[in-house]
Design a binder for this molecule. Structure first.
Ligand SMILES: Cc1cc2nc3c(=O)[nH]c(=O)nc-3n(C[C@H](O)[C@H](O)[C@H](O)COP(=O)(O)OP(=O)(O)OC[C@H]3O[C@@H](n4cnc5c(N)ncnc54)[C@H](O)[C@@H]3O)c2cc1C
Length: 393
C-alpha cells in the first residue's frame, strides 16, 4: 500500500495529526498497535490546564491550544464534553505561596489572567475544601476540561470521514529505510509506503526510534488515577495543588522531602465528568512500562485527596487507571523532521500536557509538513533537533 503520510499511534496526538493532515488534502494512514486510546490518552485526567504550563513558550502554546478547543466541537461536529470553568491551585504553606506568587507574575506577563486569592475566596468558589489545610489559592478562569476519549475518537472519526485510513490492532514492527531515508513502515500484514512517517507513539516513541537507530529521550512516567461512582455535581472548579507546580518548575525546593508522597510524586488533580464521576489522582512515578495501580499509590493519593477534600471519603471508587506520560527531560514535546533522517517526523513527548496541547500540535505538525512554517506560537522551542537523536546513528 502507498499513501502520503503514515502516523504511528492512535492517541490524542496521532489522531489530531491525522485529522489536520487529512483536512488539508493529504492521504493519511494511522496505525495503532491495539485500539484508539490504548495509551496515556485513555488513562489520564481531563484538564486543559494553563496554570500548570511553564510560563513562556509552553504556556503560550497552551493558550493557543485552548483557543482552538473553544471551536473544536463545532469544527469536528462532535460533543467533547468541553467546559471552561476555571481551576484552583491549592496552596498549603508559605513556601508554596511565595513560589506561586512568583509563578503567577510570570503567567500574567504571558497574558494569563491568573491571580492569588484568599483561602476564604477559594472556599467560596469550591465549597468542601478543607479550610484548615490551605493558606491561599491561585485561580485562573481560563483553565478548562475536555473528555480525552471523546476528543481522540472525534479526531480519528472525523479524519476517517474525510478519507483517512485508521487501522487498529496493527503494530508497526519496523521502518523501511532506503539510502538513509525513511520510506515507509512494516506491519505484520504488509509494508506501507509513504513520503513521511510520523512517530506519535507517546511513551513508546523510543521503540519506534530504535527501529532507525535513534535514541529518543522520552521516558514513561506513570500516573495513577481513581474514578468514583457518578454523584450530583460537587466539583465546581478543577482543583490541583501548588505542590505539583512547585515540583514542575522549582524541584529544588522539594529535594529534602523524603516522604512517600514525595517519592510517588502525589498531587491532587480533581475534576468531575459530565456524567458525575469524580476523577482524582495522580502520582508521577518512573517505573518503566508498568501501568498497574498499586496499593501504595492508592493509599498515598487517597490520603492526600481526602485531606484536601474530606467529602471524597464518602464516595465509592469504581475504576482505577494507570497511564504512561511520555516524559522528555525538559517536559516539552519533540516536534519536527529529524535532522539526518529524511522522511521521519517526531510528534511525541507531551508529558502531562498532551490533552491540553493536542489541537495546537495537530495544526503545528500539518503546517510544518505541508508549508515548512507555521503561525503556531513558539514552535521553535519544541523542535525535536534540540536533542541529538543520532547518537547511535
Ligand atoms: C495520570 C495522567 C493524568 C494526565 N492528565 C492530563 C491532563 O489533565 N491534561 C493533559 O493535557 N494531559 C494529561 N496527561 C497527559 C496526556 O495523557 C498525554 O500527554 C497524552 O495522552 C499523550 O498522547 P499521545 O497520543 O502522545 O500518547 P498515547 O495516548 O500514549 O498514544 C500513543 C499510542 O501509540 C501506540 N503505539 C505504541 N507503539 C506502537 C506501534 N509500534 N505501532 C502502532 N502503535 C503504537 C500506543 O498503543 C498508544 O495508543 C495525563 C497523563 C496521565 C498518565
Amino acid at each position: 500500500m502507498t499513501t502520503d503520510i503514515i502516523v504511528i499511534g492512535g492517541g490524542v496526538i496521532g489522531s489530531a495529526i491525522a485529522y489536520n493532515l487529512t483536512k488539508r488534502g493529504k492521504r493519511v494512514v494511522l496505525l495503532e498497535k491495539k485500539y484508539l486510546v490504548n495509551g496515556a490518552s485513555g488513562a489520564c485526567d481531563q484538564g486543559i490546564l494553563l496554570q500548570s504550563k511553564a510560563p513562556g513558550d509552553h504556556l503560550r502554546l497552551g493558550i493557543y491550544s485552548m483557543e482552538m478547543y473553544k471551536g473544536l466541537e463545532k469544527e469536528l461536529s462532535r460533543e467533547l464534553e468541553f467546559s471552561q470553568k476555571g481551576y484552583l491551585v491549592l496552596i498549603e504553606n508559605d513556601m508554596e505561596l511565595k513560589t506561586m506568587e512568583d509563578v503567577v507574575k510570570q503567567q500574567n506577563a504571558c497574558g494569563l489572567p491568573s491571580q492569588i486569592i484568599s483561602a476564604d475566596e477559594a472556599m467560596r468558589l469550591q465549597p468542601g475544601l478543607n479550610r484548615d489545610a490551605i493558606v491561599a489559592a491561585a485561580y485562573c478562569p481560563w483553565d478548562g476540561e475536555v473528555n480525552p476519549y471523546m476528543t481522540t475518537f472525534a479526531y480519528a472519526d472525523r479524519a476517517a470521514e474525510l478519507g483517512a485510513v485508521i487501522r487498529t490492532g496493527c503494530p508497526v514492527t519496523g521502518l523501511m529505510i532506503e539510502n538513509g531515508q525513511v520510506k515507509g513502515v512494516k506491519t505484520p500484514e504488509e509494508v506501507i509506503y509513504g513520503e513521511t512517517v510520523i512517530n506519535a507513539a507517546g511513551a513508546w516513541a523510543p521503540f519506534i526510534g530504535q527501529m532507525a537507530g535513534l535514541e529518543i529521550p522520552i521516558k514513561p512516567r506513570r500516573g495513577q488515577v481513581y474514578i468514583t461512582e457518578a454523584v450530583p455535581q460537587f466539583v465546581h472548579k478543577g482543583v490541583i495543588n501548588a505542590r505539583y507546580i512547585v515540583a514542575k518548575h522549582h524541584p529544588e525546593l522539594l529535594k529534602n522531602d523524603t516522604s512517600k508522597k514525595a517519592k510517588l510524586g502525589v498531587g491532587i488533580s480533581l475534576t468531575q465528568s459530565f456524567k458525575g464521576n469524580v476523577l482524582f489522582g495522580a502520582s508521577r512515578e518512573f517505573v518503566g512500562y508498568d501501568t498497574s495501580n498499586t496499593l501504595e499509590g492508592l493509599k498515598e493519593v487517597m490520603a492526600n485527596a481526602t485531606h484536601l477534600v474530606p467529602g471524597l471519603k464518602r464516595l465509592n471508587i469504581i475504576r482505577t487507571m494507570g497511564g504512561l506520560r511520555p516524559y522528555p527531560p525538559d517536559s516539552k514535546p519533540l516536534i519536527g523532521y529529524v535532522k539526518g533522517l529524511p522522511g521521519f517526523f517526531m510528534a511525541a513527548g507531551h508529558e502531562g500536557d498532551g490533552i491540553s496541547l493536542a489541537p495546537a500540535t495537530g495544526k503545528l505538525v500539518a503546517d510544518l509538513i505541508l508549508d515548512g512554517r507555521t503561525d503556531v506560537p513558539a514552535a521553535a522551542s519544541f523542535d525535536v533537533n534540540r536533542f541529538d537523536l543520532m547518537k547511535n546513528g
